[in-house]
Design a protein around this ligand. Sequence first.
Ligand code: IPE
Ligand code: IPE
Ligand code: MG
Length: 261
Amino acid sequence: MNTQPVPQHIAMIMDGNGRWAKQRLLPRTVGHVKGAANVRHIVKACNQLGIEYLTLFAFSSENWRRPVEEVSALMGLFLQYLENEVAEMKASGIRLRVIGDRSAFAPLLQSRIDQAEQDTAHNTKLHLTIAANYGGQWDVLNAMRTWQLANPGKTLQDMDADALATHLSTFGLPDPELMIRTGGESRISNFLLWQTVYTELYFTDLHWPDFDAAALKKALQWYAKRVRRFGRTDEQVASTVTASADQAQPAADFGGEVKIS
Ligand code: IPE
Ligand code: IPE
Ligand code: MG
């Protein structure tokens, strides 16, 4: 029986705020207000559970396509979240990072993001990453461009996966073992693309404002039952189960043993 420990890194696509509100005949923005409040509860729950890394998808690079009033309500909530939560983050050991192209944000929001990152930079208990104006394709393209700038004499032939990963916005974070999407859709919607090659994907019909600590524990129970093969067979996994730390580095330990004729 292969039981997974609690994941080190959980990524979440916080979807369903609009439908949560619609079901209650409320404006979509009320759903976002509820959703922002739920971020606080889930961050706290993860911190209590000993999760080390939590990455939340708050605003995608495609979400600019929404009505201008909704976009500005979301920006306002992001600003408010930073203003209200940083003191608590400092007190509870949470380090905040924001990934995504922040140059599109208003100068005030950009400076509050910078300040929040600086104010929590020494915390180590929970690494909270908020993906805002983030797109997985943007992240990979940006990494390729910055790799090229950092390696002016080299060509793409010289680039490998590890080198590229050092230029991704998530550099320093382990790949998520578990990704949770609320809101009933079964897609990634341009969230972490490169980083989720072996991530377990959990989809729930609950809308984000309803996703509470009990629902999180249910997702963790589901995760605990997964068999993570990283391309190998069940038998190989069973024989290496004692060396479970190897699972974080797929293919590292079978390199010299497998002969292809
Ligand atoms: C997720 O909820 C929040 C953001 C994308 C910012 P939605 O606003 O997408 O909610 P639905 O999918 O319309 O219900
Ligand atoms: C994904 O939700 C983005 C966030 C949760 C921030 P969307 O609601 O934008 O995704 P699609 O458009 O339904 O795929
Ligand atoms: Mg949605």
